[in-house]
Design a protein. Structure first.
Length: 130
């Protein structure tokens, strides 16, 4: 399933099958109204603002787990880093988030400590090889 983002530069993003199924079920709850917002505000005439979603629903669930500091940028970084670790093409991953590959690799993607440890051990072994 694809979705067109409402911004200056229309982009198609991929929605994985399980998430697409959940969205289809939600749209049925909204009576399949083609003009309905996927996440409407309380008055149902405008979309819910992302900060409202974050403050009302996400942050209260994250705080008890000690993750109250997290924000949408942390989610982007997690998406970039997990995609990198899973071997997803960096360009595809960057396109999915709607920014360039440089930002994806230089800003959002963080290397897991285990990968750094493996690289350090590999370099050490190559230097001290018998």
């Amino acid at each position: 399933m694809t979705h067109r983002r409402p911004n200056r530069h229309a982009e198609l993003v991929a929605i994985p099958p399980k998430s697409a199924q959940l969205l289809k079920e939600w749209m049925r709850v909204l009576n399949d109204k083609p003009t309905a917002w996927v996440f409407p505000s309380e008055n149902l005439r405008t979309p819910m603002w992302r900060d409202n979603i974050w403050c009302r629903y996400m942050k209260p669930k994250l705080e008890p787990a000690g993750l109250g500091w997290a924000n949408f940028q942390a989610l982007r970084r997690t998406h970039a880093s997990l995609g990198h670790e899973a071997g997803i093409d960096p360009k595809v991953s960057a396109d999915q988030r709607g920014h360039g590959i440089g930002v994806s690799l230089d800003v959002y993607t963080k290397t897991a400590l285990i990968k750094k440890s493996e690289a350090a051990a590999h370099l050490e072994n190559s230097v001290f090889a018998a």
